[in-house]
Design a protein around this ligand. Structure first.
Ligand code: PGA
Length: 256
């Protein structure tokens, strides 16, 4: 893996005004620097336009946190992948555990969303991860494998360069509790291994596996140092320019 990806998932935070402030601070921090790592932000829909304006001519990718699985039409309250592309998004997060938990998104729905988004030209960050109970029952690998399987069977290896996996153990999201670097590495290696069983090494050469779940400046170095950890999907710590940029700096120092 040549470079790390640092992605900020803002969740339901930062309307246009606050978004503008945060993005200007991030931009000021990155301006004039030549980054080796990749950076992406995922604001709520209403702040995507602001992100596009503030981040104009920077290498920072913009993405959405969700997308509908159909083409445009009578789906009140939903947003299609073609609209996201038009608004300036290159990426979309799909299958976040909060969507699975609070909005009843099944593996099957997640798979349909991923297929649609990729076919329409978006890059997908597919979130997978087990609950605490599943880990305690030693079912974590089985759960993650099932989450991956349902999506991968809808795709082909030609889609590999449009796919990033984010391993986010549910028990570590927003809890302040982080997977140990060993737990993260073990699962990332498992995921990579599983992918290798389905798709060729060549197709997978650029596929990144991010870690997410209470990543912050204090623990980012240890997590990002792991061989199979190719970046981070960061929630809480991406809402402040200082902590987000600090994690970017750590990734820059580690750039391989
Ligand atoms: P967190 O969120 O960093 O606040 O734990 C990560 C995520 O949910 O993507």
């Amino acid at each position: 893996m040549s470079n790390l990806l640092i992605a900020g998932n803002w969740k339901m935070n930062k309307g246009p005004e606050e978004a503008q402030k945060l993005l200007k601070e991030i931009r000021a921090n990155l301006d004039g620097r030549k980054l080796t790592s990749q950076v992406a932000v995922f604001p709520p829909y209403v702040s995507i336009h602001t992100a596009k304006e503030v981040l104009d001519e920077t290498p920072v990718f913009i993405g959405a946190q969700n997308v509908h699985e159909s083409s445009p039409g009578a789906f009140t309250g939903e947003v299609s992948s073609s609209m996201l592309l038009e608004a300036g998004c290159s990426h979309v997060i799909i299958g976040h555990s909060e969507r699975r938990e609070h909005f009843g998104e099944s593996n099957e729905l997640v798979a349909r969303k991923a297929r649609r988004a990729i076919n329409d030209g978006l890059k997908v960050i597919l979130c997978v991860g087990e609950t605490l109970q599943e880990r305690k029952k030693n079912r974590h690998q089985k759960v993650v494998m099932e989450q991956l399987r349902s999506v991968l069977q809808q795709l082909t290896e030609e889609n590999a360069n449009s796919l990033t996996i984010a391993y986010e153990p549910v028990w570590a999201i927003g809890t302040g509790e982080t997977a140990t670097p060993q737990q993260a590495q073990e699962m990332h290696a498992f995921i990579r291994n599983y992918l290798t069983e389905l798709w060729s090494t060549q197709a997978l050469s650029g596929l990144k596996i991010l870690y997410g779940g209470s990543m912050k400046p204090e623990n980012a170095m240890e997590l990002l140092k792991q061989e199979d950890v190719d970046g981070g999907l960061i929630g809480g710590a991406s809402l402040k320019a200082e902590s987000f940029c600090e994690i970017i700096n750590i990734a820059e120092n580690l750039s391989r």
